[in-house]
Ligand binder design. Structure first.
Ligand code: ATP
Ligand code: MG
Length: 422
């Protein structure tokens, strides 16, 4: 049989990296809870139509990157490329607007996009997403940005940049769209996609990554010069609130986001340490998506964090699974006792590794050392006779005899500091 491997752009997450993933997930839950967000689980598969209608047909995600297939019932199904669409579907379907407002949710899981795999860009990648629905106030925009900031701070990531923009609303975007069309129609040849975009969705041109188009963008009209008074007031208030709690941000008029449903606030949180894949998190306001899905008029704002990029920034976290005790039985009779003792320790949530009775003491000690265990408990023939086990601290070889059933004393010994007893 040929050797099997993962699909292109899809990764296994293994120890020790998984400990960084765990730390990220736990930290996010702790921080989001303090902001009053509730966790939800939403499906990985949805009707394709959900994404086409929300993200937009002329976006890269829908146009090129969707994992779409027909199921056995002849339905067009898509592996979710992002979480907001599913969250909004769930919001409408489950009448979540009846909950106290704003309704604040977060979720965590894999997303799928058929992209060209490279560093920080995968076909299956994970996102933590948050969505706050039911408030049009810039206070909530400030709240979600502050929440992302707090989360990154807790992970000791201090040199990230919050890049902020407003992309206006349906009212003011028309004028800007015309200005963009006029600007680009005077330019040289654009990439094939942008030739379609200029007719169908001109704002998308500002998000094009083709070098030729990026170069021609220099001097393009800036949306902040075109937004209406209400959008401007919203944007200014958001900036005031961020300033009030000393959160630094940088205005970046080029942020348009790769999804059609955004309006007003759009932001990215970027790093200089990941090469071309700079955005660790991205989000914005989407005031019309719920009503587009036939839900009640519900303004909303949210963001998503790319976990693989974040893991690369956080680096390796200490393995939290190193055994406290390695139990070393010598012979079959001792193995019984070792197995029972291990179970008692594990029931007390103490990480314990149980060796088998076939190994020599030397082998056990070698294994305990490799596993990075803190203590070895030796159970040999002698120990069985006296009902005393020998517990050895590996850091300084200090050892103590302890009654074989005396779990409390064993645990107390493990809690002693080296030096205190030596
Ligand atoms: P990019 O500009 O990098 O393509 P995007 O605008 O497509 O990002 P969003 O859809 O807003 O990204 O997703 C939010 C975050 O999810 C991104 O900032 C990034 O950290 C992460 N992300 C998006 N696509 C991928 C991918 N293919 N592989 C890994 N992470 C990704
Ligand atoms: Mg993208």
């Amino acid at each position: 049989m040929t050797k099997l491997s993962t699909l292109k752009g899809v990764c296994d997450v293994l120890p020790p990296e998984i400990y960084t993933w765990n730390r990220i997930e736990e930290t996010s839950k702790e921080v989001f809870k303090s902001f009053g967000f509730h966790e939800v689980k939403i499906p990985v598969i949805e009707h394709s139509e959900l994404f086409i209608r929300s993200i937009g047909e002329t976006t890269d995600i829908v146009g090129k990157e969707m994992y779409t297939f027909m199921d056995k019932g002849g339905r067009s199904i898509t592996l979710r490329p992002e979480g907001t669409a599913g969250m909004v579907r769930s919001y409408v379907e489950n009448n979540l607007h009846l909950l106290p407002s704003p309704q604040k949710f977060h979720y965590y899981g894999p997303m799928f996009r058929y992209e060209r795999p490279q560093k920080g860009r995968l076909r299956q990648f994970y996102q933590i997403g948050v969505e706050a629905l039911g408030s049009a106030s810039p206070l909530v925009d400030a709240e979600v940005i502050t929440m992302a900031h707090t989360f990154f701070q807790k992970l000791n990531l201090t040199n990230l940049t919050i890049e902020l923009n407003s992309i206006g609303c349906n009212k003011c975007r028309g004028t800007y769209r015309n200005a963009i069309v006029e600007f680009f129609s005077k330019k040289g040849v654009l990439c094939n996609d942008c030739q379609v975009r200029i007719a169908k969705n001109p704002l998308r041109m500002l998000d094009c990554k083709v070098e030729r188009c990026v170069e021609q963008r220099t001097g393009a009209p800036v949306i902040l010069d075109y937004i209406c008074e209400e959008c401007k007031t919203h944007h200014e208030r958001l900036k005031e609130l961020l300033t009030a709690i000393n959160i630094d941000y940088k205005e970046n008029p080029h942020i348009v986001r790769g999804l059609d449903y955004y309006n007003r606030t759009a932001f990215e949180i970027t790093t200089e340490h990941l090469g071309a894949q700079k955005a660790v998190a991205a989000g914005g306001r989407y005031d019309n998506l719920v009503s587009d899905f036939n839900g009640p008029a519900t303004p909303a704002v949210g963001f998503a964090i790319g976990i693989e990029r974040l893991v690369a920034l956080v680096g390796v976290t200490q393995n939290q699974n190193n055994p406290v005790f390695y139990i070393a039985p010598l012979g079959k009779d001792a193995e019984d006792k070792a197995f029972v003792l291990s179970q008692s320790l594990r029931q007390r949530a103490i990480v314990t590794e149980c060796g088998d009775g076939l190994h020599s003491l030397k082998n056990h000690l070698k294994r305990a050392d490799k596993l990075n265990a803190s203590f070895v408990v030796i159970i040999g023939e002698n120990e069985l006779k006296t009902s005393q086990v020998l517990c050895k601290r590996l850091s300084d070889a200090f050892q103590k005899e302890i009654g074989i059933d005396d779990i409390d004393t064993l645990i107390a010994f493990a809690a002693e500091k080296p030096g205190a007893t030596a």
